[in-house]
Ligand binder design. Structure first.
Ligand code: ZN
Length: 234
């Protein structure tokens, strides 16, 4: 998506923009945005927009045809210049959770052939759903330990785009079908060298060492081959 600043710079916390449209007084589209919208298992950002000294809290961000920001009160109008601030504590924790989830997914696949069927990141804990025939908590703990070994290697995370045709030649590049709408001609690739590479639209840390320590919270059976685990970061 054009003007989605979070796609190229996950560390951008403040930016200026022009209001392009306002619907029902509080759904605001901006000329550019660093607010991450709900999607790909990563929750939306929150934060604020200031216009002429008046502060509007950003309470929800969703991606439709454009990124829509729900603000706490009416007052903004098309053409207004706004100074925006992302709630960095919330966003950064989601970034750390997101990169951690990629590492855990990759270890589950490499070690157990388990395919991730969904992730839902959270502030307190994050959820990973995967397919595996037998659920053994000790083994899952071992995979978390192995994930922490990757974290400690302090690997630089690479983000770049590839033409769709070229990207699709990479085995396993599409982890979740939802990240690749058919009209997309370029795919954004997130690569954690030696461990994971996939098309992904989320925000990620620059280096795996930023994740800190991953802790296993719980594991659950969710039907015949479906398993669920929750992890958190210390
Ligand atoms: Zn992801």
């Amino acid at each position: 998506m054009k003007n989605a600043l979070y796609m190229t710079d996950s560390y951008l916390k403040e930016f200026e923009a022009t209001v392009e449209s306002v619907k029902d007084g509080k759904f605001v589209v901006l000329s550019q945005t660093a607010f991450y919208p709900n999607g790909g298992g990563q929750p939306h950002d929150t934060g604020s927009m200031v216009c002429n000294g008046e502060e509007y809290l950003v309470v929800f961000v969703g991606k439709f045809r454009s990124v829509s920001h729900e603000v706490s009160k009416p007052g903004l109008k098309a053409g207004d210049k706004v100074t925006c601030k992302v709630d960095w504590g919330r966003r950064y924790r989601h970034m750390r959770m997101h990169t951690a989830a990629h590492i855990i997914d990759a270890v589950l696949y490499k070690e157990a052939g388990a395919l991730c069927t969904g992730n839902q990141l959270g502030l307190d804990k994050s959820r990973i759903d995967f397919s595996l025939d037998v659920l053994d908590r000790d083994k899952i703990q071992k995979y978390v330990d192995m994930s922490n070994e990757w974290v400690k290697k302090a690997i630089d995370v690479k983000i770049y785009t590839l033409p769709r045709e070229e990207a699709l030649k990479i085995p396993g590049v599409i982890k979740l079908a939802s990240v690749m709408p058919p009209e997309v001609s370029e795919l954004r690739i997130v690569e954690i060298p030696d461990i994971d590479l996939q098309a992904d639209g989320g925000t990620q840390v620059k280096n795996t060492s930023e994740i800190g320590n991953i802790s296993l919270v719980s594991v659950e059976n969710k039907g015949k081959n479906n398993r669920r685990m929750y992890f958190t970061l210390d």
